[in-house]
Design a protein. Structure first.
Length: 398
């Protein structure tokens, strides 16, 4: 029997994440629901525990959590080439749409009032609800973990914010380490990372810090416009916890006061960014295109896109090999039980706010979201098809 081609995993990674990049509407929390359905339930590249471990790690790191999960999944499946391919396939569809919008594709009208966009928000309700339902059953099978998940959700609803998310996951880890001490059966040992992987990981973290602290000085000394732009977007990607909408105030502070982008243009792009699939950080591609001049403005968009995502790639690539070592420790597995329960709580809180609060306004919204959930969970309709059906329903009914 012939051996499978070495390019087969890369082809699988590209196909999976291109589909996700074209259909993952609803923001970072909804993205995790799409990833869980496609990668864990359908393709079975990893199990619920491994997926939740990655989500917990990415929530601890600054940057766009869902995009870091994409990079980590690609890395685990097909190495560095798989990580870069997964990130590119997931990111470029929305980046291309926003670059086109920056070139003047503004005839869509008021995106916030668009019925099809409302339908997409209702689809996101169903996707996140399915993720909470599935992960909750697997990661909160006993009363202590269910209590941790509900407690985490309650804290986040009372004290919303990125720091609160990090805090409840950390508290969940501490509680899990105490509750399950001496009661953990270690999973089969993961394949240890080769020593060269630790070297590359340390190098990635070194490059991350060198750029974070060195770029401002170099940009100031050289007075180079492209370097100053790269520095601003790199810092925005490096210093934001929570990702998504949290990065928008940082980006505005970088581009509006210097006069690179007007407030009107900034807000127009922000509206468009919420109407495309994929990560909200691709808003950087729109800004980079608007800031540039001439027919090759798209180069500026890609330049800013690289700048804002590079920190996330360096951080997750640097942290993952060391994370594998810690996962083999009994105390870490106990802590992860609590942290994973807290992750379920984070998703549960996000299901209410912002997912439901932005999508549910009247009884027919609830009915549509329940119908989408039934299609996903009971009838196993593919998420991308549910998204299209929801958009069509929103267009005609709202």
């Amino acid at each position: 029997m012939s051996r499978p081609s070495a390019s087969a995993p890369l082809a699988e990674v590209g196909a999976a994440f291109l589909k996700l990049g074209l259909t993952s509407f609803g923001g970072p929390v909804a993205h995790l629901g799409y990833f869980h359905e496609e990668i864990v339930r359908r393709r079975r590249w990893l199990d619920d525990r491994e997926f939740a471990d990655l989500v917990a790690l990415c929530n601890f790191l600054p940057g766009p959590a869902s995009s870091q999960v994409v990079f980590a999944l690609g890395l685990k499946r097909a190495g560095l080439a798989g990580a870069l391919l997964a990130s590119s396939c997931f990111t470029l569809p929305s980046a291309v749409l926003l670059i086109l919008f920056a070139y003047g594709v503004s005839s869509l009208g008021d995106l916030h009032a668009a019925g099809w966009l409302h339908g997409l928000k209702l689809a996101a309700v169903a996707v996140v609800a399915q993720a909470v339902w599935g992960m909750g059953r697997r990661l909160c099978p006993d009363r202590p973990r269910l209590t941790l998940a509900l407690g985490a959700a309650a804290i986040l609803l009372l004290l919303p914010g990125a720091l609160s998310q990090i805090g409840v996951i950390a508290l969940g880890a501490v509680a899990g380490a105490w509750i399950y001490r001496g009661r953990v059966e270690l999973p089969p040992p993961a394949e240890p990372a080769a020593p060269r992987h630790h070297v590359w990981a340390a190098a990635a973290l070194t490059v991350f810090l060198a750029l974070l602290f060195g770029l401002p000085a170099v940009a100031k000394a050289t007075q180079a416009g492209p370097l100053a732009v790269f520095d601003g977007f790199y810092r925005a990607g490096s210093l934001v916890f929570g990702g998504g909408h949290v990065v928008l105030p940082l980006l505005r502070a970088e581009v509006v006061p210097p006069g690179w982008v007007s407030d009107d243009a900034f807000l127009a792009g922000y509206g468009a960014a919420q109407a495309v699939p994929g990560p909200l950080f691709t808003f950087a591609a729109y800004l980079g295109t608007v800031m540039s001049a001439g027919p090759q403005r798209w180069v500026g968009g890609l330049w800013c896109l690289l700048a804002i995502f590079l920190p996330a790639w360096l951080l997750i690539g640097g942290a993952l090999p060391f994370w594998r070592v810690l996962q083999g420790k009994a105390w870490m597995q106990a802590a992860l039980r609590g942290a994973n329960a807290a992750v379920v709580g984070v998703l549960l809180a996000a299901l209410y706010s912002p997912v439901c609060t932005q999508a549910i306004a009247e009884p027919r919204d609830v009915a549509a979201a329940l119908g989408a959930f039934a299609l996903l969970e009971i009838w196993r309709v593919p998420p991308w098809l549910v998204v299209l059906l929801a958009a069509a329903l929103g267009y005609w009914a709202w």
